[in-house]
Design a protein around this ligand. Structure first.
Ligand SMILES: Cc1cc2nc3c(=O)[nH]c(=O)nc-3n(C[C@H](O)[C@H](O)[C@H](O)COP(=O)(O)OP(=O)(O)OC[C@H]3O[C@@H](n4cnc5c(N)ncnc54)[C@H](O)[C@@H]3O)c2cc1C
Length: 513
């Protein structure tokens, strides 16, 4: 339901015969990443998202910026190396949305021998360093090591017979907000971003695409990027009437959220007896996020975490937990559909997580580039690769630029995260630190744009609970395309998790006012 919110415009067409250089279909992480990169290279960009930004797969992930330790077992060295290098880039350019975490793997000799895990971790540490040192950065995260699980600080929550384990570094991310930050930067660089606007059809005519959108607009564009995620093939075949030899495999993954299952800020990577791994990740201060599953599905719309998946996840963590997780304790569950490139593998867990970009054109004009697969972790690099492939159609286009430019809110300069947060506290001395801390985590340096000239708590307007106030809600609607309660409660923030049913209903009523 769309109740409030604005259509934010910008980025007028640059002349020539087409209204826009590029139409990006899909406002998930890959679509907004490509739109941002293209706008920064001087292309005029229109982005159409049929729902909310990040509403599909990009807000339903495990929320990790990671190389993917388990992909080493599938020999995905290219993907792991690229993802580890991107981890460093995102740590530097999305500093308020990405943060390092230590991951602990309890040792279970009958599942994987010690030498195998040590070898995997050695590779993980060194692939990262190699990939990073080929660029200009140095690896900033500590390497892996063996740990004792029966002593502080890790002796919490696990059954006492798990005495040995390993720990290594990866990162966590606010996935939905990473999408919004990219869209905001795309807009700031001239892109026109339309949410709740579906690309209904596009046809090639005299070397251009003639596009129809669900808001009644039509436009001519020089090129299309098909970043429709789970709908990539459907868009190509049904809306653009393009045959394609590539196929996408839809693999659902579900997560559950429970009151904290253990103390500490480390995450666990738990080996399951089907050779998969399941994560337990500290979440939103007082919860644990548990995921995920791999279930082949036919349909992309409205995925649900089934009772069977929930049981599977509880069983997987209860092999390890001293105090078992109960289905009755689950406070939230969500599911997403991975749009994986079909590499012919039958096991859904083993299908490649790497991406494939396919360009098709009409005698050298009117290209469509389709994105198959990909990870949140690699979205920025994927965008660079996409624009490399489109470069021949835009001879004057500028070069790659996103590796060193912070996303909106992450421009801490040399000050660093703590100094930037301290500056916010100094500017708003009468606003409680907890409120400022939550705003800073969501908006980084843009927290002051949310607060404006608010001097005291009363200036923030109604307190909806869960750390959400009228002041922030108005900002989310005006600047971040939020137009429904779900946009606000489960994507722009996770306030919904901290609220009662009646508090959530109050936000829904406010959004429809
Ligand atoms: C359970 C799970 C866990 C994961 N965990 C991680 C992780 O921890 N780390 C990681 O790096 N990756 C992870 N991933 C992978 C990652 O989430 C996806 O690869 C990524 O989000 C895909 O982004 P996307 O932009 O391609 O697709 P999406 O986010 O699905 O975006 C596609 C968008 O296109 C829109 N759209 C479709 N058709 C049209 C149309 N005709 N007109 C307009 N808009 C349209 C849709 O509404 C949608 O918003 C995970 C995935 C899943 C499912």
């Amino acid at each position: 339901m769309r109740c409030i919110g604005e259509r934010v415009t910008g980025g007028r067409p640059q002349g020539g015969k087409a209204d826009y250089d590029l139409l990006v279909v899909g406002g998930g992480i890959n679509g907004v990443g490509i739109a941002r990169d293209a706008a920064g290279r001087g292309l005029s960009v229109l982005l159409s998202e049929k729902d909310d930004l990040g509403a599909a797969t990009s807000s339903a992930s495990s929320k990790l910026i990671h190389g993917g330790l388990r992909y080493l077992e599938q020999y995905e060295f290219r993907l792991v190396a690229e993802a580890l290098a991107e981890r460093e880039v995102l740590l530097a350019t999305a500093r308020h949305l990405v943060w390092p975490t230590r991951f602990v793997m309890p040792h279970v000799p009958e599942l994987r021998p010690r030498w195998m895990i040590r070898t995997g971790l050695f590779l993980y540490d060194h692939l990262g360093v190699l990939a990073v040192s080929r660029g200009t950065r140095r690896a900033s995260l500590p390497g892996s090591r063996g740990v004792r699980l029966d002593r502080p600080p890790l002796a919490s929550g696990l059954r006492p017979h798990f005495r040995h384990g390993f720990e290594y570094s990866d990162c966590r991310v606010d996935d939905a907000r990473l999408v919004v930050a990219n869209a905001m930067d795309a807009r700031a660089r001239g892109a026109r971003v339309l949410t709740r606007t579906e690309c209904v059809s596009a046809l090639r005519e005299r070397g251009l695409w003639q596009v129809a959108l669900s808001n009644g607009e039509s436009a001519t564009v020089r090129a299309i990027v098909n970043a429709a995620g789970p709908w990539v093939k459907q868009l190509l075949n049904d809306r653009l009437r393009q045959p394609s030899r590539d196929a996408v495999r839809l693999v659902k993954g579900s997560h559950i959220v429970l009151p904290a299952l253990y103390a500490g800020e480390h995450a666990f990577i738990l080996q399951n007896d089907d050779r998969r791994v399941v994560f337990m990740i500290p979440y939103e201060g007082r919860f644990t996020l548990v995921g995920t599953t791999d279930v082949a599905v036919e349909e992309a719309a409205s995925p649900q975490a089934t009772a069977e998946e929930v049981q599977y996840l509880c069983r997987a963590v209860n092999r390890y937990l001293a105090k078992p997780a109960n289905v009755a304790d689950i406070v939230w569950r969500y599911a997403g559909v991975r749009p994986l490139y079909d590499d012919g593998t039958s096991d859904p867990s083993a299908i490649t997580r790497d991406y494939t970009l396919r360009v098709d054109d009409d005698a050298g004009a009117a290209p469509v580039l389709s994105v198959f697969g990909g990870k949140i972790t690699t979205y920025r690099r994927l965008a660079e690769h996409a624009l490399e492939k489109l470069a021949p159609y835009f001879p004057g286009m500028k070069g790659a630029w996103t590796a060193a430019v912070p996303l909106p809110g992450s421009d801490f300069g040399d000050a660093g995260r703590e100094r930037a947060r301290a500056a916010l506290e100094a500017r708003y001395p009468k606003i409680p630190r907890a409120t400022l801390g939550a705003l800073f985590r969501r908006h980084g340096t843009l927290a002051s744009a949310v607060l404006g000239d608010a001097a005291r708590v009363a200036d923030l307007g109604e307190d909806f609970g869960g750390g959400l106030t009228e002041c922030e809600l108005a900002y989310l609607a005006a600047r971040e395309w939020a137009s429904s309660a779900d946009d606000v409660l489960w994507r722009r923030s996770k306030a919904g998790l901290h609220m009662s049913e009646s508090q959530r209903a109050r936000v829904a009523a406010r959004m429809c006012r």
